[in-house]
Design a protein around this ligand. Structure first.
Ligand code: ADP
Length: 154
């Protein structure tokens, strides 16, 4: 099964929406393989948002992402990267369709509650950026037959 990285951002912590975010992802059928709180340090933040480093709004992202600790999670499931991106919705909360996390809870392009890896390659790098192998758990979800047909597993 595929793994993806999710960060629950400072606006979710400030607004008391962490449980709501986790519930949405969990109810979809994604398995929590790892979870922990952490605070961004500049070096990791610059690595994580390297594609935005030269944007004029980067200092604001830095300030925002360092304003509280975050909850980092590794979620597992078939096509987990794409599934979580679709659940999160487009970056701009005002444009995100209702039914998505950002569409239902965000009105901002910056304060959009969650980060989700955008490709399998990014997911592998991002999981390794935030978690040591020993922090990721391989546990058996005993109700798997209720989530996937046999041919979808593996
Ligand atoms: P996504 O998080 O949807 O993958 P990006 O990788 O483009 O989007 O951007 C990373 C994060 O930077 C966004 O989730 C958002 O918090 C912030 N961001 C992106 N674009 C802007 C912008 N124009 N102004 C302020 N913040 C932005």
């Amino acid at each position: 099964m595929e793994r993806t990285l999710v960060l629950i951002k400072p606006d979710a912590l400030q607004r008391g929406l962490v449980g709501e975010m986790v519930t949405r992802l969990e109810r979809k059928g994604l398995k929590i393989a790892a979870a922990k709180m952490f605070s961004f340090e500049d070096k990791v933040l610059e690595e994580h948002y390297a594609h935005l480093k030269d944007k004029p709004f980067f200092p604001r992202i830095r300030e925002f992402m360092k304003s509280t600790p975050l909850l980092a999670m590794v979620l597992e499931g078939k096509d987990a990267v794409e599934v979580v991106r679709r659940l999160a919705g487009p970056t701009n909360g005002r444009e995100a369709p209702a039914g998505t996390i950002r569409g239902d809870y965000a009105v901002s392009i910056q304060c959009n509650l969650v980060h989700a890896s955008d490709s399998k390659e990014a997911a592998e790098k991002e999981v390794a950026r935030f978690f040591k192998p020993a922090e990721i758990f391989n546990w058996e979800a005993v109700l798997m037959d209720n989530y996937y047909a046999n041919e979808e597993k593996g």
